[in-house]
Ligand binder design. Structure first.
Ligand code: 5AD
Ligand code: SF4
Length: 442
């Protein structure tokens, strides 16, 4: 009889987008199948894997700070394996080991499937491993027997991006677009639902180009959404992110037609000025964006909209910035994610003239956020007295309080029994705050 080996523990830290969250989950399943367990904390781990984001300079700096702080743990436990994944790993590659010499493993997002083998080699005392570039794509992971799934799950349907927006590093780090075969996505969605997921969010850098001719796999996005929505037991379906230039009417029409497709859409605008949009390489103008919003609201009157905007893109004048402000006032988004433009390596905007000074970007950002805060609050106030369906995802801040999300993605906190966790509850909105709603069980 073999003596059982001590189970080794993995701790995954995730920065950045939902695709990283998905990749981290998938890595966890892959490692569990190889006999690893999940550690409760970084301190008790044999392998710490930090999944990173490099979309803006600030995000990348935070990640490097985290890796530097892990040195103390490595000193205490020299056998500890430290790995870095995601976009910083892809961008920096071997240079990361020069900067953070106590790292053992650097793995770009295309090479995730090779981590188990690399971890085994490192545990056996092997030299640092650097894996980057395009690998075989999504590692095939047998689906069954992986235990309960989260009530709300992510499912990545395509990877990479071919759009090359002038400010964005993603196409350089995540590679060309590639779609997963529809059958594989449907099988994974059915598996998630059978293990308890009530909500699935389909993910990709640009999901609307799913299955585009020239992709490695996939078919039509409208068909895919329709088929996923028919999975019995799937109560809520979402997708993100959508590029406004790739939004056919057939997709607009699904809102209000597929009963479980939720009334929320994230539709990045980036800027309100046509000149800036063109310089960004977005390939739509303000009128097209506004027309799309009108069509969406016609198809689905209760649709909540969120967006991304960048202030201080190179050459952005005060007047052009004010066009973004006026766009926010016109559309009245439910929420926005707003960023100061930051130079990223390799991108076209990096070498554009007319860089906006930091203080000016800061001023525009604060001004814009103050304006949006009022709009968001007003949109929340309009819900007071209405009853919404909340998917209860966890405990709130106060004892006895639960937290969930309405179909329009708004966070709602309310008092209720713990047995409601993981279920759908009807909640009447009683109070509106800038980032969330308060309610009581209806
Ligand atoms: N600077 C600022 N914001 C950026 N984003 C992407 N690249 C940059 C950059 N270089 C923002 C965009 C995108 C979101 C995910 O991040 O708004 O939609
Ligand atoms: Fe970046 Fe543009 Fe691709 Fe989005 S669509 S990931 S902003 S290049």
């Amino acid at each position: 009889m073999e003596t059982p080996e001590k189970t080794r523990n993995l701790f995954i830290v995730t920065y950045g987008c939902q695709m990283n969250v998905y990749d981290s989950g998938r890595l966890g399943s892959l490692m569990r199948q190889r006999g690893w367990a999940m550690a409760e904390s970084q301190e008790s781990a044999d392998f710490i894997f930090v999944n990173t984001c490099s979309i803006r300079e600030k995000a990348a700096r935070r990640v490097i700070g985290h890796l530097k702080r892990l040195r103390a743990l490595k000193k205490k436990n020299p056998g500890l394996i430290l790995g870095v994944g995601g976009c910083v790993a892809e961008q920096e590659g071997r240079r990361l080991i020069d900067e953070v010499p106590w790292l053992n493993l650097v793995v770009g997002p295309g090479r995730l499937g090779e981590i188990p083998a690399a971890a085994e080699a490192l545990a056996a005392g092997g030299p640092p491993v650097v894996l980057s570039g395009q690998g075989p794509g999504f590692p095939e992971i047998p689906l069954a027997g992986a235990g309960p799934a989260p009530v709300s799950s992510f499912l990545t349907i395509m990877s990479g991006c071919d759009n090359y927006c002038a400010y964005c590093v993603v196409p350089y780090l995540r590679g060309p677009e590639s779609s997963r075969p529809k059958g594989e996505i449907l099988a994974e969605a059915r598996d998630l639902v059978s293990r308890g997921s009530m909500e699935i969010t389909l993910l990709g850098q640009n999901v609307n180009s799913y299955g585009r001719p020239g992709h490695r796999g996939g078919e039509d996005f409208v068909d895919l959404l329709t088929e996923v929505s028919r999975i019995p037991g799937l109560r809520r379906l979402r997708f993100t992110t959508s590029h406004p230039k790739d939004f056919p009417q057939a997709l607009v029409d699904l809102f209000g037609r597929l009963p479980n497709l939720c009334e929320h859409l994230h539709l990045p605008l980036q800027a309100g000025s046509d000149r800036v949009l063109a310089a960004m390489g977005r390939r739509y103008g303000w009128e097209r964006y506004l027309g799309l919003v009108a069509a969406l609201r016609e198809a689905c009157p209760g649709l909540a909209l969120s967006t991304d905007v960048i202030v201080g893109f190179p050459g952005e004048t005060e007047a052009e910035y004010l066009e973004t402000v006026s766009a926010l006032r016109t559309v009245r988004f439910d929420s926005i994610f707003s960023f100061k433009y930051s130079d990223r390596p390799m991108t076209a905007a990096n070498s554009l003239p007319g860089k906006v000074p930091e203080e000016e970007k800061q001023r525009r950002l604060a001004h814009l956020q103050a304006i949006q805060k009022t709009i968001t609050l007003e949109r929340h106030q309009a819900l007071v007295g209405k009853t919404v369906e909340a998917l209860v995802e966890g405990f709130g801040r106060h004892p006895g309080q639960l937290t969930g999300r309405a179909r329009d993605l708004k966070v709602i906190n309310f008092d209720g029994p713990a047995r409601l966790l993981g279920s759908l509850a009807m909640v009447t909105v009683t109070e509106a705050w800038p980032v969330s709603l308060i309610g009581r069980l209806a």
